[in-house]
Design a protein around this ligand. Structure first.
Ligand SMILES: C[S@@+](CC[C@H](N)C(=O)[O-])C[C@H]1O[C@@H](n2cnc3c(N)ncnc32)[C@H](O)[C@@H]1O
Length: 448
């Protein structure tokens, strides 16, 4: 295989090994327009990644159960309930990005743009009750009966369900006959994942609607203060005052939805993998700072019952937390393995001297100045044996830098592009809700 010597260090070994000997690897620098071979090699490499990553995912499913899911599956797979999903998520990250990159390469650009800009369905995803109803009709329900049960016009309801069906959610088993499947089960009202979708569909979407206005309005445009977030712009227009968390405090139903959404973050992000990938046996005490209703500390107490856990959050949140612990982890309460202490992390330090101070999705809620106050207050509580665990998404630029360890194999985007898109969307969500952000490793180090 011939390689341009000047750039050879820029090609990852895994990408090179995928290429047939006769093909020159695609160039890191802009290609010679007259030579189509490198471009073809790029497409071939993407096809290879799709094939190999899909096979890795299939292997993961087989390890956890006899069958492998398809969009026609009508039940959950055991792997859907696993807490350690790192291997599956790594495979899906490759698969999603390679599929997206191949489509964006081969489809006409106007086609791709139109798909990107027409995302209507998230607004009504949580408002439909069809997910609950269809489960009672395993072989499907005709839109005539379904529309009567949910009280919506049948033609319009069918059009919405068809858009979902394109995404693999619901199956149109016969013309105008819809049935539930593994994906629609996750949207049932009893599933915490629905609460997370609800925040995005109902709250974030309102803030997103004024994003451009806040980019151009002088008072908001240059500000990185929490009260200049697009969501606050919307709330002020509605005559409401205060911060995002004041808004939550004043609205019990919204607050409950928010905290159940935090529970859903475990399965959605796969972040409960921390139960398996941190040396908890070397730790005796943990302070969960901004613990919500125990979204991580309840599974942590179950997986590692030797731990003494302190949950700290705002008073109204800890009140709800107690009842969730009573329902979900009564043993831990009875054995006094958990305590609840109110905290305003802007005004005071958490409980002193714990082995681990754990912050999941706390720092990303705040711009740098506020995040620094939180960390400074935690540092006051820490002793030499204490460790700070910041559990956030880690973002990175989409450019390939010769000076850093390559992450995604070529020719994928180095930051895994569409395969890791949720963290970049979450970065925008944090901007919309809090004027805050997700951070790179360097950002986190600087802040710390
Ligand atoms: C995005 S949630 C993360 C919750 C939890 N760590 C998790 O990952 O599920 C942010 C948490 O910070 C808490 N919080 C907000 N302002 C706070 C403050 N001033 N002091 C203490 N906790 C606060 C909220 O009540 C909420 O539980």
């Amino acid at each position: 295989m011939s390689m341009p010597p000047a750039h050879s260090r820029l090609y990852s070994r895994s990408f090179l090994s995928m290429l047939p000997d006769a093909i020159t690897p695609f160039p890191y620098l802009p290609p010679d327009a007259t030579d189509t071979r490198p471009l073809l090699a790029e497409l071939e490499a993407l096809l290879e990644i799709i094939n190999s990553s899909a096979r890795l995912a299939i292997t993961e499913y087989k390890k956890h159960g006899n069958n492998v899911p398809t969009i026609y599956s009508t039940e959950f797979h055991p792997l859907d309930f696993a807490t350690d999903t790192v291997a599956l998520k790594k495979a899906i990250r490759l698969l999603e990005d390679a599929c997206q990159q191949l489509c964006a390469s081969l489809a006409p650009p106007q086609h791709t743009l139109a798909n990107v800009s027409r995302v209507h369905h998230r607004q009504y995803v949580t408002q439909l009750t069809t997910h609950d109803i269809l489960e009672k009709y395993p072989s499907g329900s005709h839109i005539r009966e379904l529309s009567q049960t949910v009280g919506l016009e049948k033609g319009k309801l069918a059009r919405i369900l068809r858009v979902f069906a394109f995404k693999g959610c619901f199956i149109e088993v016969d013309t105008d006959v819809f049935a539930s499947n593994r994906l629609s089960l996750i949207m049932k009202s009893s599933n915490d994942c629905g609460c997370l979708t609800c925040i995005h569909a109902q709250d974030v979407s309102q803030g997103a609607g004024v994003l451009y206005e806040t980019l151009t309005e002088p008072e908001y445009a240059m500000s990185y203060e929490p009260d200049k977030a697009p969501m606050i712009y919307v709330l002020k227009r509605k005559g409401l005052k205060g911060s995002f968390f004041d808004w939550m405090k004043a609205d019990a139903k919204r607050r409950e939805n928010y905290h159940y959404a935090m529970i859903a973050l475990g399965p959605v992000m796969g972040s409960l993998s921390i139960l398996h990938h941190y040396p908890w046996n070397d730790v005796a005490t943990v302070c969960d700072v901004g613990a919500s209703v125990g979204s991580v500390s309840i599974p942590l107490s179950k997986a590692h019952p030797h731990l003494k856990i302190t949950d700290q959050d705002l008073p109204e949140v800890l009140e709800a937390a107690r009842s969730v612990w009573e329902k979900e982890a009564f043993e831990a309460l009875r054995e006094k393995r958990v305590e609840f202490l109110t905290l305003d992390f802007f005004k005071e330090a958490p409980v002193p001297g714990k082995d681990v101070y754990y912050l999941r999705h706390i720092i990303h809620d705040w711009p740098d100045a506020e995040a620094a106050v939180i960390l400074r207050n935690i540092s006051k509580a820490m002793e030499p044996h204490s460790r700070l665990l910041i559990h956030n998404y880690v973002i990175a630029g989409a450019n390939r830098r010769p000076d850093e360890e390559q992450r995604a194999p070529e020719p994928m985007l180095p930051n895994f592009g569409a395969g890791d898109s949720r963290k970049y969307r979450q970065d925008l969500n944090m901007w919309i809700l809090h004027n805050a952000k997700e951070r790179t490793v360097d950002d986190q180090i600087t802040l710390a």
